[in-house]
Design a protein around this ligand. Structure first.
Ligand SMILES: Nc1nc2c(ncn2[C@@H]2O[C@H](COP(=O)(O)OP(=O)(O)O)[C@@H](O)[C@H]2O)c(=O)[nH]1
Ligand SMILES: [Mg+2]
Length: 369
């Protein structure tokens, strides 16, 4: 078996000597042939000279051309590398090279689709003091990943797999997926994922490149994966989330308008009529724009004004559907405890389904070219 190790790098020249030395020491005793692919986004940090001076024939430095980015670098490396077993890891030595042989032997077993170097598997550890914020971030990201997998450390960037597993996804891999493990689990349909515990060290040299931008990118990634895996259902869920934000807009507007008008001395009925009407239109409007930007971002509308009016019309009919459903069921269930509330929930569901279908068919129906 030939093992290829793919490492995305950006300004990691300082870490390359120790990384390669430790990989060499770890891999030699295994008897596997191996090579290393440093996928460098032009760092201008002298990494070329560092690699040349090391003089290892098994180390390949690829200076990438745009588009730059971690996801692009890893994918390009995975496609380029000749190994029967492919390993992905970071350059900053947070992933211990000494564990590569264990990952490789787990990946060799035909029953494993993917092997993860795992911080959270029994025996895995994390070095140093993570700030509370870093913990919360990591946990929240893992929670989102639960849409797709139950593995303990889906965020890990330390992975091993056989080439044939990668080939399953062929052209489907999406490089915005810089959480490459999650991307592979979903797109290569990895059902059997083994986790090898690792000690995750803190980077000693150089700087982390992960910031808010990467976190936003992760949410976009999760959304794309959900669309890929769950199709229409994921779109409907997004529509629901947008609807939920609409509830808050509605509450905010109804409160503000009503308070303002009561201060101005309006009578109760005029105040309520105005406040409720404005609140309904405000939430329909924010819902329209959010759906246009998110839920149906792949769909174009012919003209904004017409799309908006159609959306409002659909929602108003949806409101009637909600009203009618609730009334019918509430009449039927008037003797059941919470009958009215359950009926109202059914009404909301019916109205929402109607709105979704209407928006899909009449408002956002054309494909964006
Ligand atoms: N090629 C490439 N590699 C990158 C880029 N951003 C980060 N990396 C590499 O990806 C790995 C993980 O990045 P790091 O900054 O350590 O992320 P963190 O561990 O989440 O803080 C390291 O080996 C980086 O050098 C990039 O834009 N392009
Ligand atoms: Mg790191």
């Amino acid at each position: 078996m030939h093992v290829s190790i793919v490492v995305p790098t950006y300004r990691e020249a300082l870490n390359i000597p120790e990384l390669t030395k430790r990989i060499d020491a770890a891999m030699r005793p295994t008897g596997h042939t191996f090579d290393l692919w440093l996928m460098d986004d032009p760092s201008n940090d002298g990494v070329e000279k560092v690699v040349r001076d090391l003089g290892y024939s098994w180390v390949h430095l690829v200076t990438r051309t745009p588009p730059r980015g971690l996801g692009f670098a890893v994918l390009e490396g995975l496609r380029k590398a000749p190994g029967d077993i492919l390993v992905v890891m970071d350059a900053d030595l947070s992933h211990p090279p000494e564990r590569i042989p264990d990952l490789v032997s787990a990946a060799e077993r035909p029953e494993n689709d993917l092997v993860i170097g795992s911080r959270y598997a029994p025996g895995g550890t994390i070095a140093g003091d993570w700030s509370l914020l870093r913990h919360i971030n990591s946990r929240a990201a893992t929670l989102l990943a639960r849409l797709f997998t139950w593995v303990k450390d889906p965020m890990s960037g330390f992975l091993a797999m056989r080439k044939d597993i990668l080939d399953r996804a062929a052209g489907d891999l999406d490089p915005i997926g810089y959480k490459i493990g999650l991307e592979l689990i979903v797109k290569c349909r990895c059902r059997r994922v083994a986790e090898v515990p690792i000690h995750f060290s803190d980077r000693q040299l150089g700087k982390s490149k992960m910031g808010l931008k990467e976190q936003i990118r992760y949410v976009v990634h999760v959304r794309r994966l959900a669309r890929w895996k769950y199709g229409e259902l994921a779109r409907f869920a997004e529509f629901g989330i947008v609807g939920l934000t609409g509830v808050f807009v509605n509450l905010l507007v109804v409160t503000l308008v009503s308070e303002q008008m009561s201060r101005m001395g309006f009578a109760a009925s005029a105040r309520l009529n105005t406040a409720i009407t404005l609140a309904v239109f405000a939430s329909m409007t924010t819902n329209f724009f959010l759906n246009r930007m998110a839920t149906f971002s792949d769909k174009a509308t012919k003209s904004l004004g017409r799309a908006y009016l159609t959306f409002v019309a659909v929602c108003l009919i949806g409101g009637v559907v909600n009203w009618w459903t609730t009334k019918r069921l509430a009449t039927e269930w008037h003797e059941i405890t919470l009958g009215l509330q359950i009926a109202a929930l059914c009404g909301v569901a019916a109205g929402m389904l109607f709105n979704y279908a209407g928006a899909r068919m009449f408002v956002f129906r054309t494909k964006r070219t």
